[in-house]
Design a protein around this ligand. Structure first.
Ligand SMILES: [Zn+2]
Length: 555
């Protein structure tokens, strides 16, 4: 998801920084921010209760008929599922705004009960473990309207500049249950999907995957899309509007292309602006591995909200603007999610740093590849000023919780990756971790421990101490130091140690001399010292990792 903080503009000048409450000193506020009180409603989506843990949906087939005038939909959902345990009752999620018209299994009506988003189906006889069944649910209603898409999600019923309908949906966190019935848990990705959208004849509908069928009647047109990879259910989407399509070549040998759907009056602007996409995808492919969804194409679709990483149909709503580096942030950030968030997805929002921290770090890696290491460091250092340290980056589990106003999973997540790179101190190993993690887990759901295990395996060391500090504590490691300069001598001794960390925290940092040449030191929670002779003036390199530093008086 697009970063909320960047809503106010990434291209803000550094002159205005203090006005924005930037955390330049990398401080840890005394009090943590409050977590909300979690309720049954949160658990209905976030927790895998027995009546959800007994089955796996592997294929959804949706047909959605839009009434644009009434801002309502009528839908049919066919849910193909495998019973992983025997059950007589199962639970789905469907938002209370959606009325159930009928639920059928094997041609017979099924009784159901509802509370909040919970939709319980009571079968007449037991469904045995190992059985595959198909449910057909007819439903309809007025889906919730997004208050602030993509962060506070729902349907977006907008008009384009010519006053014509321009419609979309963004439902990360609130869940796909706002517009179709499903097992709405992050771990429950279907292997594939098919979606048909029925819209007034003048309009076009774009969705995830490949367009496999178009039909029309006198007044309506239907578009059927096939998603042939596992997909996060919040990524299933549609865009309705007056779109023009164009594509550009990516790799001649494989005949791969990049596709764009933009409002008709923006066609020429888009042809020019989207040229940068090719390089972004190339850098990510070189750094992480092949784009995960070539079979389903790569699409940017002009959206009635700023941006969202909808798998293979990325929402683009950044008004064709580049940032201070001459790059469009939305293309850069949301495309990275195809690797981090879409191909590899978390099982719980507690681990959302894997989506947002990795996507944000990918931005910095693109900067490094195209503009050099110094730009990479400056890019991350700027993000470092946006870190709040008000909550642990790893959030509470099983309650579908993610505070989109806390940008730490983005910024601090990216800086944690940068710090890890400094710790490992061998780029060959560090980039092998990124590539191997992606290769091993693409098209699967993961948790933080899966990533730590990959780091440990590739480094031959246990890095739990590192992740514990950055993910399970909000305390910023603080390097405290002082310099002892001997009288009548140009020798100096640097005394240093870590504070605000556990005893096993062992992150090295760089110090540099006046000529910029770097040396690594290994602080611990007990004081260490380093003697330098001659005119070796030492400076702590605060850009090499995310930590605070404080010079103290000589005791
Ligand atoms: Zn994002």
């Amino acid at each position: 998801m697009k970063n909320f903080f960047l809503f106010i503009g990434i291209a803000i000048s550094f002159v205005g920084c203090s006005l924005l409450g930037l955390n330049i000193a990398r401080e840890t506020p005394k009090k943590p921010s409050k977590l909300p009180k979690f309720t049954v409603e949160d658990s209905l989506i976030g927790y895998l209760s027995g009546d959800r843990d007994c089955y796996k949906p592997y294929y959804y087939e949706l047909s959605i008929d839009f009434n644009i005038h009434k801002k309502s939909i009528e839908g049919v959902a066919k849910i193909h599922l495998l019973a992983t345990k025997s059950f007589k009752t199962l639970m789905l999620n469907l938002h209370p705004n959606m009325q159930v018209r009928s639920i059928q299994y094997n041609g017979e009506e099924i009784n159901y009960r509802r509370k909040f988003t919970g939709l319980w189906l009571d079968f007449k006889s037991q469904i045995d473990s190992g059985k595959q069944i198909i449910l057909e649910i007819k439903y309809g209603g007025k889906p919730i309207v997004a208050k602030r898409p993509p962060w506070e999600g729902g349907f977006v019923w907008k008009k384009d500049k010519k006053g014509r309908p321009w419609i979309g949906v963004a439902c990360e966190k609130v869940g796909a249950n706002i517009w179709w019935p499903l097992k709405d848990h992050l771990s429950a990705e279907p292997d594939s999907m098919q979606m048909t959208f029925i819209v007034p004849k003048a309009l076009t509908c774009v969705s995830n995957g490949k367009l496999i069928k178009e039909d029309s009647t006198e007044t309506k047109k239907s578009f059927t899309y096939k998603v042939s990879y596992p997909i996060n259910t919040y990524n299933a989407t549609f865009y309705i509007g007056h779109f023009e399509h164009f594509s550009s070549g990516y790799a001649k040998i494989d005949n791969k292309r990049l596709h764009y759907y933009v409002l008709d009056y923006n066609l020429e602007k888009a042809r020019e602006h989207f040229q940068q996409t090719r390089k972004i995808i190339q850098v990510y492919e070189n750094t992480f591995g092949e784009y995960p969804f070539w079979r389903d194409e790569f699409k940017l679709v002009e959206s009635p909200f700023e941006g969202m990483e909808h798998q293979t149909a990325i929402a683009y709503g950044n008004a064709y603007k580049n940032n201070a580096y001459g790059i469009d942030y939305i293309i850069l950030h949301e495309s990275a999610h195809e690797w981090w968030g879409n191909a590899i997805s978390v099982k719980d929002y507690a681990d959302i740093w894997i989506h947002e921290g990795m996507a944000t770090y990918s931005e910095a890696l693109f900067m490094e590849e195209s503009m050099g290491h110094e730009t990479y460091l400056n890019y991350l250092n700027f993000y470092g000023m946006l870190v709040k340290n008000k909550q642990n980056m790893e959030g509470p589990k099983d309650v579908n919780y993610w505070n989109y106003k806390d940008s730490d999973p983005y910024m601090k997540g990216a800086l944690m990756m940068h710090s890890l790179r400094t710790c490992i101190h061998k780029d060959v190993v560090f980039f092998d971790i990124l590539k191997s993690f992606y290769q091993t887990y693409k098209y699967q759901t993961v948790c933080t421990e899966d990533f730590i295990q990959m780091v440990n395996q590739k480094t031959g060391q246990d890095y739990h101490w590192f992740f514990k500090q950055y993910l399970n504590s909000r305390q910023v490691p603080k390097l405290v130091y002082y310099l002892d300069i001997k009288a009548n001598s140009s020798d100096q001794v640097l005394y240093y140690k870590w504070e605000n960390v556990a005893a096993d925290f062992a992150m090295p940092v760089y110090i540099t001399d006046v000529f910029g040449s770097a040396k690594m030191i290994y602080p611990s929670t007990t004081e260490n010292s380093l003697k330098a002779s001659g005119s070796y003036h030492m400076r702590i390199d605060t850009k090499c990792a995310y930590f605070a530093s404080e010079i103290r008086k000589r005791p």
